[in-house]
Design a protein around this ligand. Structure first.
Ligand code: ATP
Ligand code: MG
Ligand code: FE
Length: 342
């Protein structure tokens, strides 16, 4: 089955073609980063309009890359939520319109299920069951995954998502949006011995996270350095490093705990922050000691993309699942999903 995947939940327009026999055939991405950069964050109305402009040209591009036409498509999958309602609406309407015209099935996919399954597109794909750490701009969650659509939430952030904290700290450091990769690059020049920031909620049992206090801690550290007239480029890098170390350490402590408590031996790490190099390196070492192993998507499939939606959709479409109506769901808890009915 050849499935066209459409992602428009936030600020990237992603389109891909996935074949359940041959694998990923083509994928294309248009990022709106430059459009939103001057506002320091995503402007929802501008996002919807830009998806409208870019979506159909991207569909043509992936079909051309795969040397196929619309008539070769067997089904369409699109992100139905969670995300910005106007942005979701563009993908949903386009998908349903195309599916109606081509007389093929269409399915709305959960964006975080897309992130969660993204490592399945890699050569060494993780087998079920596993624990998943979803770390992105809007989510920080630990999920026990028993199979497709069989998800149990183990813990999540009670305030900011890890990616959001990265983005806010980037603003404090006057780095451009989106800040995660920028903070990570600055942290490369930083020294880990200079400051030690707190590892929130690691001193008590449980698998929830909190990143809001760490953000305030970073702001206070920067303010003190500024008052002492000591905020030179080395100090900025040292702060970025201390922040990154604290986030990475906190995530790893909770991942180890989740693996021990669940007895799983595989960990999937997905979502934008899973692109972070220090997180991957430190986690791989920590898991080896536990006799466990981590699986990640390739770099460009960590952040939003069409390939993960095409893949997740294909798993459900092939089992016969369909969407009858255009119903974007800006809020949609992952644990509400169920396995496809065969
Ligand atoms: P969600 O998936 O929760 O709806 P989103 O789609 O906006 O949110 P993603 O596109 O998955 O999130 O990821 C974007 C986030 O990942 C941003 O917050 C960005 O700063 C962060 N990020 C990307 N690369 C890195 C990196 N190398 N280190 C740290 N954070 C990163
Ligand atoms: Mg994004
Ligand atoms: Fe995302």
């Amino acid at each position: 089955m050849r499935v066209l995947g459409i992602e428009t939940s936030c600020d990237e327009t992603g389109v891909a073609l996935y074949d359940t026999d041959a694998g990923l055939l083509a994928d294309a991405l248009y990022s709106q980063i430059a459009l939103h950069a001057e506002f320091g964050g995503v402007v929802p109305e501008l996002a919807s309009r830009d998806h409208t402009r870019k979506l159909l040209p991207l569909v043509d591009q992936v079909l051309a890359d795969a040397q196929l036409t619309k008539q070769d498509l067997d089904a369409i999958a699109y992100t139905a939520g969670p995300g910005l309602v106007g942005a979701l609406m563009v993908g949903a309407c386009t998908a349903h319109g195309m599916a109606r015209a081509l007389d093929i099935p269409v399915l709305g996919v959960h964006h975080m299920e897309g992130h969660l399954l993204a490592p399945m597109l890699e050569e060494t794909a993780p087998a079920f069951p596993f624990v998943a750490l979803l770390v992105s701009g809007g989510h920080t969650q630990l999920v026990d995954v028993r199979g497709l659509g069989d998800y149990r939430l183990l813990g999540e952030s009670v305030d900011d998502a890890a990616g959001e904290a990265f983005d806010k700290v980037a603003k404090m450091l006057e780095l451009p949006y989106p800040g995660g990769p920028q903070v990570a690059a600055l942290a490369e020049q930083g020294r880990s011995e200079r400051f030690r920031f707190p590892r929130p909620m690691t001193d008590r049992p449980g698998l929830d996270f909190s990143f809001s206090g760490l953000k305030t801690h970073t702001l206070t550290a920067l303010r003190q350095l500024r008052e002492q007239d000591a905020l030179d480029s080395q100090a900025r890098a040292d702060v970025a490093r201390a922040f990154e170390d604290a986030v990475v350490d906190t995530l790893i402590i909770k991942c180890r705990r989740a693996l021990k408590e669940s007895g799983r031996e595989r960990l999937v790490v997905a979502g934008g922050v899973s692109a972070n190099r220090r997180l991957r390196e430190t986690l791989d070492v920590a898991l080896t000691k536990l006799g466990a192993r981590a699986f990640y998507p390739r770099g460009r499939f960590c952040t939003d993309n069409g390939a993960m939606i095409a893949y997740a959709g294909a798993q459900r479409l092939i089992a016969g699942q369909r969407s009858d109506a255009i119903q974007p769901r800006p809020r949609w808890p992952l644990a509400e999903l169920a396995p496809p009915r065969h």
